[in-house]
Design a protein around this ligand. Sequence first.
Ligand code: PGA
Length: 254
Amino acid sequence: MNTRRPLIAGNWKMNGLAADAATLAGDLAKRLRGSHNPSFDMVVCPPYTNISTAVEAAQGTALAIGGQNCHDAEKGAHTGDISAAMLADARCSYVITGHSERRTDHGETDGMVNAKTRAAWAAGLIAIVCVGETETQRDAGQTLDVIGAQVAGSMPDGATAANTVIAYEPVWAIGTGRTASPQEAQDVHGFIRQQLTDRFPEQAGGMRILYGGSMKPGNAAQLMALADIDGGLIGGAALIADDFWAIAQSSGQK
Ligand code: PGA
């Protein structure tokens, strides 16, 4: 039986000043406050500087706040970095680890993502662990090999349905307007579910696997209706309250 509650996660990336965060998080908080028993969980991940603003706007509602990255160490001489404990202290409950932009821009490896994910758990955060193949890898027929290696390497032992969410984000679909077809997405999600089942047999059935990559109101319902897609990690459309909310509404159609 599918007991997975959809998670609608907004990745704001490096966008917005405090006033924008207050408006956007405030708008979503208001909608959540007005909707009785929403059938989904919602989290937004602002830039670090806007976390406290978003937390304040979300106060007293079901809107959760997350970080976009964390260091794997608890503290120390790491100029410019933020620890998972600091995110938790700022009242975040989630953190994204291993986003493809971090893997590309900052050379993050599966081993680093694994360590960050463990740090997230140690701080009591839920990790949203991202994996995804590039266009070249897909064209070369390597998608499942790449995803298999990323999931194996990035997911630490001890992952549970409560402490970890996986996000499949084909790199060629991020911010490009191109979305994986429902079949392409389900093929990978089903593969990830099987991998999780092999490794975490007790937990895999309850683990949420999100799709990310140009998810928008026009394609969200079709994607989230698929057997192994349990929500979305949304970038561009998460910056527009109406669009993000419309995506969340379509998650209930499973
Ligand atoms: P996008 O980004 O929705 O703008 O494609 C998704 C992501 O990178 O998480």
